[in-house]
Design a protein around this ligand. Structure first.
Ligand code: SAM
Length: 245
């Protein structure tokens, strides 16, 4: 396997490259924010040598598929995001770029090793973001109704995301699911699940990533009422046996 080895002088992502790609994508960021996004990206690539975080290691692809992909939805969602949770944040996408962009973020990650890295990176970057090292179902037991926004990228199918996010959201809060190209079946199953979970679809925005043209869909659901069933169910069930199928 190709390994990324670098000191700060030979890091694969340069501030110049990240800034010029963000500008070309129409994303406005300050110098400090570009530096922070670059530092995080290089930390991910370095850690990727020892823990499997991403298959994307070519610098331009990395900037497009992780950094730009994370930041584009920020310009697409209406209303303030308020207190936001990145559910299944992995190496911190989209949560760390959102935090660097000024969103009040909690990063929830089930894998302990990844959560430990996120803690370290949040201090090193530095960026203000709370890291929660547990499954979303466990966190929902102690953070019920705490969030205005739950975002998830590349975590699970929509019905599972709806179930995991519902207890964490306040009524009126939103799930922002960052999807590739969800199937008609996935959307229909989500529609069925949403009814039981107190959620309702408010927007499906299709767009393409600048540079590569990869298809993306931002699926937004609002929590309109408390669910008709008791949530969270036992850990793992939302993803193994989702409602709506
Ligand atoms: N969101 C990141 C991204 O787009 O790069 C990571 C995507 S990775 C494919 C999915 C992550 O979600 C993994 O790190 C996994 O440990 C985490 N995850 C899956 N189910 C979870 C759950 N129920 N609660 C918290 N984290 C979860």
């Amino acid at each position: 396997m190709f390994h990324v080895k670098h000191s700060n002088d030979t890091a694969p992502l340069t501030i110049h490259r990240v800034r010029s790609m963000l500008v070309a994508a129409g994303i406005g960021v300050s110098d400090l924010q570009v530096e922070a996004l670059t530092r995080h990206g290089n930390s991910v690539l370095l850690a990727n040598n020892t823990i499997n975080l991403t298959a994307v290691i070519e610098p331009e692809d990395f900037v497009r598929l992780h950094i730009i992909d994370s930041l584009l939805p920020l310009g697409m969602v209406e209303k303030a995001l308020g207190a936001a949770l990145d559910m299944g944040t992995g190496a911190g996408y989209p949560g760390i770029p959102w935090a660097i962009g000024g969103v009040s973020m909690v990063l929830c990650e089930a894998t302990k090793k990844k959560a430990a890295l996120l803690e370290q990176w949040a201090q090193e970057i530095p960026v203000k973001a709370e890291v929660v090292s547990m499954r979303a179902e466990e966190y929902a037991q102690v953070a019920r109704g705490r969030f205005d926004t739950v975002v998830a990228r590349a975590v699970s199918a929509l019905p599972s995301l709806l179930e995991l996010s519902s207890p964490l959201l306040r009524v009126g809060g939103r799930l922002v699911a960052m999807k590739g190209n969800p199937s008609v079946d996935e959307i229909a199953h989500a529609e069925h699940a949403a009814g039981v979970l107190g959620m309702s679809a408010t927007g499906m925005m299709e767009y393409a990533l600048p540079g590569g043209g990869e298809k993306r869909t931002l699926c937004v659901y609002e929590k309109v009422e408390e669910p008709s069933i008791r949530l969270p169910r036992r850990s793992g069930l939302a993803q193994r046996r989702p409602f709506g199928g």
